[in-house]
Design a protein. Structure first.
Ligand SMILES: NC(=O)c1ccc[n+]([C@@H]2O[C@H](COP(=O)([O-])OP(=O)(O)OC[C@H]3O[C@@H](n4cnc5c(N)ncnc54)[C@H](OP(=O)(O)O)[C@@H]3O)[C@@H](O)[C@H]2O)c1
Length: 174
């Protein structure tokens, strides 16, 4: 995850941190999926759930690397779903909105779910859809991200500015 949203050339930590984020967000999932598929093909059954993010639904300025890697997971999973569904293997991408985790430091609210609540709801969609935001409330929020950029981008811009300010203020207080 980016420390805070910013222009790509100002990415905190420079190219090394960029490489780390791309690696952590894409490679393990890709390699583990390739490893496990052979066994699943043999057994003609299996389920793979990859965690993407709703940030993969929209081209988010100042979040380019995170949003891009999450798009990769969503796209990769959708391709694999097409390849393997006829072989008895279910592949799903879960693309949640905000959750209350160490990454966000948000508290649980009506729209910011705990990972447990999201998982409990998302698991019910298995076998029904190859891609889900994971819960009804996140699905509704994600629809907003599919609106045209001229509508969505101003909201993302405000969110990014607020997040950057909050994080910089927290860092000053430390
Ligand atoms: N939180 C959200 O709002 C949200 C929304 C949509 C999707 N997601 C996705 O959910 C997944 C889990 O995130 P989370 O929100 O649960 O965050 P989290 O609680 O901070 O968990 C992130 C995990 O990734 C590991 N990690 C982070 N950077 C790493 C690095 N450079 N090298 C190795 N391991 C690293 C962390 O290890 P340590 O514990 O050792 O630091 C931790 O286990 C991510 O793929 C995220 O994109 C989160």
């Amino acid at each position: 995850m980016h420390k805070y949203p910013d222009y790509f050339h100002l990415f905190l930590g420079g190219p090394g941190k960029v490489a780390e984020l791309v690696t952590v967000n894409t490679l393990p999932c890709t390699i583990l999926t390739s490893k496990i598929l052979s066994k699943m093909v043999e057994r003609k059954s299996g389920i793979i759930i990859n965690i993407s993010s709703a940030s993969g639904y929209h081209e988010m300025a100042k979040w380019s690397v995170y949003s891009g890697t999450k798009r990769f997971i969503k796209h990769f999973s959708a391709c694999l779903h097409k390849e393997y569904s006829s072989l008895g293997i279910t592949i799903q991408a879960v693309c949640p909105m905000f959750l209350a985790t160490n990454m966000t430091h948000y508290s649980v609210t009506k729209t910011i779910l705990s990972p447990e609540a999201l998982a409990e709801s998302a698991i019910k969609t298995l076998g029904h859809t190859s891609e889900t935001a994971g819960s009804i409330i996140h699905e509704l929020q994600a629809i907003g991200l599919s609106f045209p950029s001229f509508f969505v981008d101003p909201f993302i811009s405000i969110l990014s500015k607020t997040q950057k300010q909050e994080i910089l203020e927290q860092q000053k207080m430390k």
